[in-house]
Design a protein around this ligand. Structure first.
Ligand code: 8DG
Ligand code: MN
Ligand code: MN
Length: 391
């Protein structure tokens, strides 16, 4: 006992245990609609993550930023007792468990969940029997609850990318699809798959989303979708306003129906030249496969114990090429990274950064950029590659 290797392992565990505890407190704050507290705990967790070596004593934390009284108390508890009592009891609380289950339904936010809990709804069963009228998103969320709460793998993301690329190429040749979000940061798992679509010729992207969505819908790829039109106008979007996390690109929040053997199948499909006419006739390879999938489940007895597809959340965003660099930067995340970058822009450079543009408040003009590198240069920062934006 107590060999070098073991104690290092133990230290590593403590190290990530305090990170986990802080992340859980952040999550609980977010679920409880206390975003300010959420950000504070996220920052504290990020600071712990950034430390070069495991923490063995509280003195090592002296002088570090973002570690408030509360966070320090939690870290001390973990260091001394192996776990934070506050976090352990929170995890066991009825309130936290209910918040977690209810906000796990796509389309249900912290406010709605809290309202339901006040009415005594703590489980999906109670929600289903409550007589509440759910909106379309929530209905889909409830219906595909298990699938949507299962992480999306890199292979699944790639399979969906192949489908999206194919659709986009067939409805607008020359348009470009970029995988953004966590997968662009090199994560191996995600809660959804994010795509940004643009066309090298400004204006060509107009009308693209509705065509893409119609095609996907006609091929049975969508279990749910809600498209929001682009509402960004440079003239009415005062750069003086604090840049918000929400942007105004045309976007489609969707739930894909992904065939389970999609990663393999998509690879095969990739080799086939699928032309648009074939798609329009609705007898492309995709369609045929889709059909054979649905036939497979109609086995005698009608038991559907292993369905051959799963539901996956997919975000599609369309950006004009002039805003593309800003959109990629904004949609690559992480959310905390974006927040810090915007704070830097505002506080250190007197600039307003959004997913649409960068505005120099002193020069009173927009700064153009055609790559992420140029945006970092405008901000006087060294380029930070996506894989280092996971904070
Ligand atoms: P995950 O899906 O694996 O959980 O992680 P993620 O990919 O980093 O998170 P995400 O929720 O999919 O968001 C991806 C990025 O998109 C995130 O850094 C923030 C950015 N983003 C915008 N505008 C908006 C918006 O209006 N809503 C959301 N949810 N994200 C937005 O630029
Ligand atoms: Mn994502
Ligand atoms: Mn997303």
């Amino acid at each position: 006992m107590g060999g070098k290797k073991e104690s290092v392992q133990q230290l590593d565990d403590t190290y990530s245990a305090s990170q986990d505890a802080l992340s859980l407190l952040a999550e609980n704050a977010e679920l409880s609609d206390q975003d300010g507290r959420g950000v504070a705990f996220r920052r504290a967790a990020a600071v712990m993550k950034s430390l070069p070596e495991p923490v063995t004593s509280m003195t090592q934390l002296r002088g570090l930023p973002c570690l408030g009284e509360h966070s320090l108390r939690v870290i001390r508890d973990v260091l001394e007792n192996g776990a934070s009592r506050e976090v352990e009891s929170m995890k066991q609380s009825k309130q936290y468990k209910a918040l977690k289950v209810l906000t796990g339904v796509f389309g249900v936010g912290a406010k709605t969940a809290a309202r339901w809990i006040r009415e005594g709804i703590h489980t999906l069963h109670q929600l289903r029997n409550s007589g509440h009228t759910l909106n379309r998103a929530q209905q889909a969320g409830l219906e595909h609850y298990d699938d949507l709460n299962q992480q999306v793998s890199k292979a699944e993301a790639e399979a969906i990318q192949q489908i999206v690329e194919e659709v986009v190429a067939s409805v607008l040749p020359g348009a470009k699809v970029t995988l953004t979000g966590g997968f662009r940061r090199g994560k191996l798992m995600g809660h959804d798959v994010d795509f940004l679509i643009t066309h090298p010729e400004e204006g060509k992207e107009v009308g693209l989303m509705s065509k893409v969505v119609s095609w996907l819908e006609s091929q049975g790829f969508l279990l749910y979708q809600k498209t929001t039109r682009n509402s960004y106008l440079v003239s009415d979007d005062s750069p003086a306003l604090p840049p918000s996390n929400m942007d105004r690109f045309e976007r489609c929040l969707s739930i894909f129906k992904l065939a389970q053997d999609q990663p393999h199948r998509a690879k095969q499909l990739g080799a086939l030249p699928l032309d648009t006419a074939e798609h329009r006739r609705g007898d492309s390879g995709l369609q045929t496969d889709q059909d054979s999938c649905s036939q497979r489940i109609q086995t005698p007895g009608g038991q559907e114990d292993t369905k051959p597809w799963r539901a996956v959340r997919v975000d599609l965003v369309v950006s004009p090429i002039s805003q593309f660099a800003f959109a990629v930067l904004g949609w690559t995340g992480s959310k905390l990274f974006e927040r810090e970058l915007r704070r830097w822009a505002g506080q250190e450079k007197a600039m307003s950064l959004s997913s649409h543009a960068l505005y120099d408040n002193k020069k009173r003009k927009y700064l153009q950029a055609s790559s992420e590198e140029e945006i970092f240069a405008h901000l006087d920062l060294e380029f930070i590659p996506p894989s280092e934006r996971n904070a």
